[in-house]
Write a new protein. Structure first.
Length: 148
């Protein structure tokens, strides 16, 4: 089995598995265990390529002229569709949470990635900004759907 795994990963040592398989190795330590996990590698999407349809702009929408960031997996649509809706409304899509973010839309979080608190790094940053006085709103996917 190990020989086949070495062949499939094009390596000559099991020590290269984590790098090739984009994982970390679990660890046993006194008093506990840290499981292995998968390293996520993704390139941020160039949101400037999402162009809204001016005929669909809606100045009455809470998202019109406002910056919106998504985190987690949406169950009702794929993220690019949601981002297109924001652009069509006349909103501004963002890749990351910052002081200019108005809304963070939270989809389903994978606890294997975000950890026990269930919050992505975007959501953790949003909470910190809110604690410092930011008017940023964290909303659920269902609240997003109700407002589009």
């Amino acid at each position: 089995m190990t020989i086949k795994a070495l062949e499939q990963t094009d390596t000559n040592s099991i020590y290269y598995f984590p790098e090739k398989l984009k994982t970390t190795v679990g660890q046993l330590y006194k008093g506990g265990y840290k499981p292995s996990n998968t390293k996520r590698e993704h390139k941020a999407r160039d949101l400037t390529k999402i162009v809204g349809d001016p005929k669909k702009h809606n100045p009455e929408s809470i998202f019109y002229g406002r910056s919106v960031v998504f985190t987690g997996t949406l169950s009702s649509m794929i993220r690019s569709e949601a981002q297109q809706i924001i652009a069509d409304i006349g909103g501004i899509n963002g890749n990351s949470v910052n002081k200019n973010t108005d809304f963070l839309v939270v989809g389903h979080q994978d606890y294997r990635i975000v950890g026990e608190d269930g919050m992505s790094s975007k959501q953790e940053k949003a909470v910190k900004l809110i604690e410092k006085g930011s008017e940023l709103e964290i909303i659920s996917e269902s609240d997003f759907i109700k407002n589009i």
